[in-house]
Design a protein around this ligand. Sequence first.
Ligand code: HEM
Length: 413
Amino acid sequence: MDVDYIDALERLLLLDEEVMQRRYAIFRQVQTEHQVVYSEKLQRWIFTRYSDAREALRDAHLSSEQLPSVLKQLPSEIRDNLDADNPLLRQANKIMMSRDDPDHARLRLLVNKAFTPRMIELQRPLIERLTRDLLDQMGQQEHPDFIRDVAIPLPIMVIAALIGMPYDSLGQIKQWSDAGADFLGKPTDTIEVFFRMAGAAMEFNAYIRPHLEERRRQPKGDLLSALIAAESQGDKLSEDELIANIYLLLAAGNETTTNLLGNGLYTLLTHPDQLELLRQRPELADSAVEEILRYESPSQITGRHTRQELDIAGQHIGEDQSIMLLLGMANRDPQVFNDPDRFDITRKDNKHIAFGLGPHYCLGAPLARLEAQVILPLIIDRFPSIHLMADYRPHWRKNPTFLGLETLPVDLA
Ligand code: HEM
């Protein structure tokens, strides 16, 4: 029985449809019986509990550097031909999410100077306007699908406007961000995903360089201009650092926010009492969003590596080992959350770790929260009778890291 559950967990992480439907039952069983699991198949240590995931996210002995392990998985004939000064490898080494301090702290400080909570809050009127337009358009569709019609386009339009990229690039932005999200999220298909990501990064370089050049000559009020201008004690972002981290904002922010919006509406529609409560009390939108983040965490997994031998989570782990932190599982830990499988938009003291924690805590959390807080009350108000199609069965996207629905067809009548 015990081994079966670990096998089921591995199958889940390798995206077996059949086990996806009972993911939380599997999580609970593994979490109750094992603090840590070592998966031979995945070659990773898996931390199952909230307290250990929290500790690991804040532990400076654990590394976020991903590139060495990705390169290790490439066939040697490819790896040996990669020039150390290859521009894409150079840029990959500048992405703040996969750097450790002090490089990480420096990059984050500079990006933070431009990508400020104030700049995000200024997007509220734009988000409201775009949401109303997209909801109107969805209302005119013969077969409305919330994912296709609203949850995919909204985050792309918002981030494109914020960065200062024209709307005629939206299709390309989606492709580049999907390639990035696959790269961040699929630990098992590394080679194919690596090359798709490399192709997207090359196209993105060709696209963004002229825009950067133009903003240097003539700054505007957008994020590109603010990132170019960002400075701390005489230090500035280099061209490679700019491109790498603008790409990161696209890749880290689109699929995750799409999933938050889609998982949010799906969960409300499958919990009509909570939907009704939100309709009666729209001021609960903020705590509803926190509960959605906990209950169906859009980003289910993150990872760390050991740089040296280490005692953590009651385990002795050797040097150069990979650790998987199951954020979605941690957010259902009964040691921390009362009745964790109950979806309760009034939940108090909701200390979920859906946006991570510690030095790499999600930089885009205020933006993702704002989009969800705006959209949920608006959709309930605009379509009071909205419900799921009678024959709808959820199909989750094929990415173990990012939990989101392929489609969400809705009946608006
Ligand atoms: C619901 C939506 C989102 C979720 C669930 C989410 C989740 C996360 C998580 C779990 C991390 C930490 C990863 C780690 O420690 O290994 C993270 C980091 C990050 N996120 Fe998000 N994210 C979301 C939206 C966004 C958005 C909209 C943006 C930007 C526009 C963004 C940009 C970033 C960046 C730049 C980092 C790296 C921060 C660092 O390394 O210091 N995210 N995100």
